[in-house]
Unconditional design. Sequence first.
Length: 223
Amino acid sequence: MSVPVHALAHRPLTTGAVAELVSLPSVPPVPDDSDAVDAEVGLRGWVWEDSLVCESYRTGHGHVLCTDVVSPFGSPEARTFLVFGEVYPVDPHDEDMANASWLYGLMDHWREQPGWTGSRPSTVDACEAVLAEAARAVTEHLGTPPERTTRSAESLVTGPTLTHRVWRTATHALVLGPAADNGPYGYLTHLQLSCTPLDCAPGLPPAGDEDGLTEWIAAHIDW
């Protein structure tokens, strides 16, 4: 039987959502000006998002996009992270579940977003199913299966071991899998698709070098 997680919320990742994320570095540039960015956000049907992840966007596909620049539009150096799932894992240091009252509330807030669904409690298998469905969307858009598939290392995320999948374009790394929720929310984990410049880390390590691959993934999915 799968090890349970306390709660899971997600919205399916579609090929359209993948295509939009992958295209962001190469669209016509939008300057780092609030009015210009607001105009582009409105044209895309996006909105500003602060209640789920601080200083992020809600895309027209209903996912949460985080970025480390003011304008991710036509910015090849931007690091972007598209969150399509949120997990509240079992915390071995919170056996009495003292944090459950407010973390369940945060998870309910994710689940209540338009187009999102959730389960409480959930399982590792359910999380893997969400990731597998997302991987099919990425593969369909790129026309190629993942270049690498590996189990997540404890050093990368909190909670259960889940699958990371890696694709590369000519300029960017796409990493699909769990990532730490670095907000002030406690013990939560994102399920996300990262699109970051390849030069965040050297080339992929040789097959079989799992430690090297973990370091490479960390360089591309962490802030």
